[in-house]
Ligand binder design. Structure first.
Ligand code: NAP
Length: 282
């Protein structure tokens, strides 16, 4: 079964649009998301455009603030502090990566925890690991939704996550653990990776290497979630970390790239913005 994140996210966005349509009568306004884009990296521009389009579909007010890549760290932090203090703003997202002269850690820490729709703030991360209420990072949250939508039982399964980044690998491993999977996290120093991945009943791949996971690394019936977004070196087209054509016949469930995890990430950003808005109303 190929799970379409595109279809699921369209359905969830339509449900959110209905919910948001009732907000002006109840709260006097709709949620407001501010996205800050520094520089003009084409991938970042396209992500920010996608976020603006999704906001429009859901009925969320979206303000995209564009700054040149010459902006100083202090100027960017001052802008974030201004937005933190602005009562009309519910969510703040700074599109990553940032130019080298700006500390991403400082930027993430400066965003108010209550407006951190990306779920990257250290307090949100700490809350996730302590099972406290928090904003969960969008990509890992979307992956769990996809698994549930596909009817995959997570509890008791052997899950292998390849990748240990703060934004995907680590939080998705924690969410799988919270769903009672037995989780192994693999990375670039893992020895004999294929032996490990062949034991996986659920395999989440977040590396950033085109078609890294080949058919011999996957057992029959495995659930395969491909997080990677890469340019195919031969065709220049988007492709994942999994060799889809070779792995799909062996997998019981698999996500395509594009149209799998990516749309779910944006969908969860919309959900996080609504959650931040509602928490601020109450
Ligand atoms: P990242 O920060 O670069 O982390 C990559 C991880 O892969 C690291 O933990 C690294 O191990 C591991 N790795 C690299 N080479 C490996 C190898 N040969 N064997 C085993 N592990 C290896 O990347 P990321 O931010 O997590 O993103 C991963 C991919 O997901 C990228 O393609 C990114 O574009 C994509 N992504 C997609 C979405 C979406 O919404 N679809 C969202 C976020 C990211 P070490 O820790 O040992 O270096």
């Amino acid at each position: 079964m190929i799970i379409s994140g595109k279809e699921l996210s369209a359905r969830l966005k339509a449900e959110m649009a209905e919910q948001v349509a009732g907000f002006p009568a109840k709260y006097g306004r709709v949620p407001h998301l501010v996205v800050i884009l520094v520089g003009d990296d084409p991938a970042s521009v396209s992500y920010v455009t996608g976020k603006a389009k999704a906001s429009e579909v859901v009925g969320i007010r979206n303000t995209t603030v564009r700054k040149p890549d010459t902006i100083s760290e202090e100027e960017l932090l001052a802008l974030i502090r201004e937005l933190n203090a602005d009562d009309t703003v519910d969510g703040i997202l700074v599109q990553l990566p940032l130019p080298k002269h700006i500390s991403e850690a400082k930027v993430i820490e400066t965003i108010a925890k209550e407006k951190d729709v990306d779920g990257f703030h250290p307090l949100n991360v700490a809350a996730l690991w302590q099972k406290q209420p928090c904003t969960v990072a969008c990509t890992p949250k979307g992956i769990i939704k996809l698994l549930k939508e596909a009817g995959v039982t997570i509890s008791g399964k052997r899950a292998v996550v390849i990748g240990r980044s703060n934004i995907v690998g680590l939080p998705v491993a924690k969410l799988l653990l919270d769903e009672n999977a037995t989780v192994t996290i693999a990375h670039s120093r893992t020895v004999n990776l294929p032996e490990l991945t062949r034991q996986a009943e659920i395999l989440v791949v977040a590396i950033g290497k085109p078609r890294f996971v080949t058919a011999d690394m996957v057992s029959e019936g495995t659930v395969v979630i491909d997080v990677g977004v890469n340019r195919d070196p031969e065709t220049g087209k988007l492709c994942g970390d999994v060799d889809f054509a070779a792995v799909e016949p062996k997998a019981s469930v698999i996500t395509p790239v594009p149209g799998g995890v990516g749309p779910m990430t944006i969908c969860c950003l919309m959900e996080n913005t609504i959650e931040c808005f509602l928490r601020r109303q109450h």
